[in-house]
Design a protein around this ligand. Structure first.
Ligand SMILES: Cc1cc2nc3c(=O)[nH]c(=O)nc-3n(C[C@H](O)[C@H](O)[C@H](O)COP(=O)(O)OP(=O)(O)OC[C@H]3O[C@@H](n4cnc5c(N)ncnc54)[C@H](O)[C@@H]3O)c2cc1C
Length: 471
């Protein structure tokens, strides 16, 4: 009720802000502080969370703190050289960025639209293409992680009266209700206590864990986790390409050792994400530039030995599909030729699946990689994290508007239910695709070839996939 009144009264809002700011300053100087919401982790997801909460007028009397262990990146300079860390950003993420004013900042720096996508495999001739011809929409945008983070940080600095950001401050320990040994029941009135490496002790009504795949919040809260090491590495690099005047296609080819993807950065450059065995990853990183370029072109272009039975069955099936769907004459496009690799841009990352069975506990919510870390083959990881941000921001606001506490378990449960309904199917699909394509066993190759050919022929199925990936 109080909150509803506050929402409509500008004078009350102003007074609340002044009181809050004064209180914050006083509290900040002491080592025992109180906050309504603390976000631990200012990566892409945690910073977006801070921006989203800071944008809600109904939360402006709440004290919100963002803790980030890394130093603040002052005077960001957009290097002419593209970074090797990039993300394919979905239209739903673009909408979130637009709502917090970060999309314009990204457009002012740089990003590249993806207008279509071709996915094919090396063990057969089957392929699938995606484009949103009907709606003429871009499928995704390739944006460097640094650009996303800088855009979000710029927005956050404009919200300094609503969100306190403490860089170079790591949360060292957390005491979470119900997670202390010997603590039988969960007392909703007990707040989460955070000790930082700066000697502060902060008590908060809602602790948001955005501290990445090795989340300390998740560990302190004793969240049960499903974890699988894929025993694969993703090799990334910035590639120079030729043979295209409109570099707007995302290419992905499934090799038996894992998928290789080339995503457009500009007409001249693309980024590489090559999933492979740890041994091959080391070999690729150690190669001379010319040899590395040859390996990449070979991985995209080279025709491998194919099983003749699989090939003949899948060709016959394609003829039937072409007969039934007369406009189904799919033309295979060829990816651009790689002519160079930016010096020093090669790096590799171990890949694993991490999924917390719960995303919430009393007064705690996990978002982003702290809740779910995926194989990058579908470029969904951070998009799901941004989906968490939109959902949690909405449910926290609803809690406050209904007169409840920001850490209300009832509203946190809504967040968890909604996000698990969205995230778990994606996790299972990506995990399944990884296994389906990690073999050259002929019956499996046949199965996936027929599946890919069928999916490619049914436009409504493809539209559904595009819709799903965009949301
Ligand atoms: C090769 C590769 C390619 C990818 N491509 C895509 C893609 O195309 N599309 C996509 O959607 N996703 C992609 N991803 C996934 C994406 O990169 C991650 O999902 C994303 O980076 C997760 O962001 P986050 O903010 O949740 O976590 P992080 O980026 O890990 O951020 C966590 C932050 O918390 C801070 N922190 C940690 N502990 C503490 C503490 N105790 N106190 C304070 N701060 C702390 C850290 O300093 C860090 O800043 C890819 C991943 C890889 C490896």
């Amino acid at each position: 009720m109080a909150c509803n009144i506050l929402r409509h009264c500008k004078l009350c809002n102003l007074t609340a802000r002044i009181v809050n700011t004064v209180a914050s300053r006083n509290l900040h100087s002491s080592s025992n502080e109180k906050a309504d919401i603390v976000i631990s982790g200012g990566g892409m997801v945690g910073t977006a969370m801070a921006c989203a909460l800071g944008h809600v007028d109904d939360l402006q009397d709440k004290r919100i703190i963002l803790l980030e262990s890394a130093p603040e990146k002052k005077n960001f300079h957009l290097s002419e050289r593209y970074s090797n860390r990039t993300c394919a950003i979905s239209p739903a993420t673009v909408s979130l960025f637009q709502s917090i004013g970060a999309w314009d900042e990204i457009l002012q720096m740089r990003c590249q639209p993806v207008k279509s996508m071709q996915v094919w495999e090396s063990c057969s001739d089957s392929l699938i293409t995606f484009n949103d011809e009907e709606l003429m929409n871009d499928l995704a945008y390739i944006v460097e992680n640094d650009v996303i983070l800088e855009a979000l940080r710029q927005r956050l600095s404009a919200l300094s009266d609503r969100v306190e950001v403490q860089y170079q401050t790591a949360a060292k320990s957390y005491v979470i209700p119900g997670s202390t040994p010997g603590h039988d029941g969960v007392d909703q009135n007990t707040w989460v206590t955070i000790e930082t490496d700066k000697g502060q002790s902060i008590q908060t009504k809602l602790m948001i864990g955005a501290d990445g795949m090795n989340s300390a919040v998740r560990k302190a809260g004793k969240f049960h986790v499903f974890q699988k090491d894929y025993k694969q590495q993703a090799v990334v690099a910035t590639l120079e390409v030729s043979g295209t005047s409109d570099n707007s296609v995302a290419w992905q080819r499934f090799l038996p050792t894992g998928p290789i993807a080339m995503l457009p950065l500009s007409n001249q450059y693309s980024c590489l994400i090559w999933t492979t065995t740890p041994g091959k990853a080391k070999y690729l990183k150690d190669l001379a530039d010319d040899s590395f370029v040859d390996e990449v072109n070979d991985a995209f272009w080279h025709e491998r030995d194919k099983n003749s039975t699989v090939m003949s069955l899948s060709h016959k099936y394609q003829e039937i599909l072409n007969f039934v769907f007369t406009d189904n004459q799919e033309v295979r496009q060829l990816p651009p030729t790689v002519i160079g690799v930016n010096p020093g841009s090669r790096a590799s990352f171990p890949l694993s699946l991490v999924h917390a069975s719960n995303y919430i506990k009393p007064r705690v919510a996990l978002i982003g990689d702290a809740a779910h870390r995926l194989h990058p083959l579908a470029g969904q990881g951070v998009n799901l994290g941004f989906g968490d941000v939109s959902c949690l921001c909405r449910t926290v606001t609803e809690a406050v508007l209904s007169g409840s506490d920001v850490g209300s378990l009832y509203y946190l449960t809504q967040y968890e239910t909604e996000r698990q309904r969205a995230v778990i199917p994606v996790v299972l699909t990506i995990h399944g695709l990884h296994h389906l394509y990690s073999t050259d066993f002929s019956p499996m190759v046949l199965l996936r070839s027929l599946g890919l050919q069928s999916t490619n022929s049914f436009q409504f199925v493809k539209n559904k996939i595009i819709q799903q990936a965009s949301s």
